[in-house]
Design a protein. Structure first.
Length: 559
């Protein structure tokens, strides 16, 4: 269940509060006591029932009921129309034209829970109208004054150099309630120390809120036991572009005050500036970090001492064994023509999301690490002495840990990752080479059209090198090599290719080729001679044989 508290509602008073003014203190509540918590924003004086279409929501109507003094049905109809229009209530000046409020009218007002007042004879309708309007205006003036004072209080904290925690503590004191600041994913940013929240209740509400479409309002906290006292949370969004945060304050039932919502709103405005400032400092520090590691992996810093000196502030560690892990999203795609700017913004948000998610995940691995971003990838430097130690079990363990990260991020953030991992290094100056190895390992997995993979770097086989060549170039090479084969029956071409593979795999030995093919050696010689006669290729010539072997390998790999 959710109770919304809109901005408009925060700027009006309740009917029961207006009844405290002198002109209404002695008014008798004839019916509709359940509706005294209706909001009231204006007061109107009217006797003509046909003008009810001019009534507005949250309006209190004053009347002598002159036009309806002889028609209880008309008065009942008026109450029904006012209740339907969302009016605050009806106040009747009796003993002038209408002696008493008819019982049927009282019954109808109670049925609709619509406040029905009988005004005192001590005040005229004009006096009631003027005092009521003055009361409403004074209420709005008090709220505006409170809002300004609260804003100045928080703004002065910033001017005096105070930070997020001081603002939160001051807010908790003002509203006499525990206060918590949450990020856009409901992660904890700060909580009040002067009035501390119940952590169990906080976690309980966050679990509830994760399932809701959050909006400003009052949220009940689910009770752990039936006898537990009812608790509520007031939620106020903090206006920050792209990454909005939230202020939440905890209350017991009956403690919530209208001015508390105003204080939260003013605090949200100031906290928005403070969080933007904190984020700007973090972004600036991260830009410096990216610049340093970009220079490092590109080999622009040659001195080990300089790397240690500059990298110390970013947690870069000299270690006996390190490796580089390159993390890339499987969803990376090219920008759509005409949407390059929007695509760049999307990618920037995605890499920021990935960076923060991986910071948390690598922190759970229990080993020293440094994480930075480079273009659209995240690169981690891990201390790997205990993990790997040139052990296959260590590699398997790391692969399982990385795939566990991928599984969690896929479920929680809709991020699907793949990894390229370098060979271990033991010097910081070797980081550029390790980065290139991790990139090579990652690109090799991509060239195989794999997803959610973990690839360790190894020296490339010839087939791996071929995969780095554009497909069109490979196809052109194969076509040119076997150009003279056109016109030969396809079944005979397959027989030729099989014979040539065995011939070259056996280093040109006719007898071994015949054994492998389960044919006579003369048959092998016949086929080789026929290939040379019909195609002009010299299968025993070093240059031609190399070209044929490469073309056959390409045909197996990609065609």
């Amino acid at each position: 269940m959710l109770y919304k508290l809109t901005r408009k509602e925060r700027c009006v008073m309740l009917l029961k509060d207006l009844l405290l003014i002198p002109a209404l203190q002695h008014a008798r509540l004839a019916a509709g006591a359940e509706g005294l918590s209706r909001h009231i924003s204006s007061v109107h004086l009217m006797d003509a029932p046909h003008k009810t279409h001019f009534l507005k929501p949250n309006e209190l109507l004053l009347t002598t009921a002159y036009a309806m003094k002889d028609s209880p049905e008309a008065l009942e109809s008026l109450i029904a129309r006012m209740a339907h229009a969302g009016c605050a209530g009806l106040a009747i000046k009796t003993k002038r034209f209408l002696a008493d409020i008819p019982p049927s009218v009282i019954e109808e007002a109670n049925r609709l829970q619509f406040p029905l007042l009988e005004l005192s004879l001590d005040y005229s309708l004009g006096e009631v109208l003027n005092e009521s309007l003055n009361g409403i205006l004074q209420n709005k003036t008090d709220e505006l004054s409170y809002a300004l004072d609260t804003h100045h209080t928080f703004f002065n904290l910033i001017l005096n150099g105070e930070g997020l925690s001081e603002i939160v503590d001051k807010l908790a004191q003002l509203i006499a309630s525990p206060v918590v600041i949450l990020g856009h994913k409901l992660e904890l940013i700060c909580l009040s120390s002067t009035v501390r929240p119940n952590i169990a209740q906080l976690n309980n509400w966050i679990a509830q809120a994760a399932k809701l479409q959050l909006a400003p309002g009052i949220y009940p906290i689910e009770k752990a036991t039936p006898t537990e006292e009812a608790r509520y949370v007031i939620l106020q969004p903090i206006p920050i572009p792209q990454r909005p945060g939230y202020i939440i304050a905890f209350y017991n039932e009956g403690e919530i005050r209208k001015l508390h919502a105003l204080a939260l709103e003013q605090a949200a405005n100031v906290l928005g500036f403070e969080l933007l400032k904190v984020q700007a400092v973090k972004d600036r520090a991260r830009r410096f970090k990216i610049e340093f590691f970009t220079e490092l992996v590109q080999g622009e810093i040659a001195s080990e001492q300089e790397i240690i000196h500059r990298g110390k502030q970013y947690g870069l560690f000299p270690a006996e064994s390190m490796l580089t892990v390159l993390c890339g999203r499987d969803s990376d795609e090219g920008a759509v023509a005409g949407q390059e700017h929007a695509e760049a913004e999307r990618r920037a948000r995605e890499i920021d999301q990935l960076y923060h998610a991986l910071m948390k995940e690598f922190g759970k691995l229990g080993m020293p690490f440094v994480l930075f971003t480079l273009k659209d990838k995240c690169i981690a430097l891990l201390s790997a002495k205990e993990l790997l130690s040139s052990s296959a079990d260590g590699k398997l363990k790391l692969s399982q840990q990385l795939m566990g990260i991928s599984d969690r991020l896929s479920a929680q953030e809709n991020i699907v990752l793949s990894y390229g991992i370098s060979a271990p290094i033991n010097k910081l100056v070797d980081i550029p080479n390790a980065y290139k190895q991790s990139l090579d390992a990652y690109q090799l997995g991509r060239s195989h059209n794999k997803q959610r993979f973990v690839h360790y770097y190894h020296t490339k086989e010839f087939a791996d090198l071929l995969r780095l060549i554009p497909m069109d170039d490979l196809q052109e090479f194969v076509q040119e090599t076997f150009e003279t084969w056109h016109g030969i029956d396809e079944s005979e071409q397959r027989e030729w290719r099989k014979t040539l593979r065995f011939f070259y795999d056996n280093h040109g030995h006719i007898g071994e080729t015949a054994k492998g093919l389960y044919i006579h050696r003369n048959t092998v010689l016949y086929r080789l001679n026929r290939i040379e006669q019909l195609t002009g290729l010299q299968v025993r010539n070093a240059a031609d044989s190399l070209r044929i072997r490469i073309a056959l390998m390409i045909k197996e790999l990609v065609i």
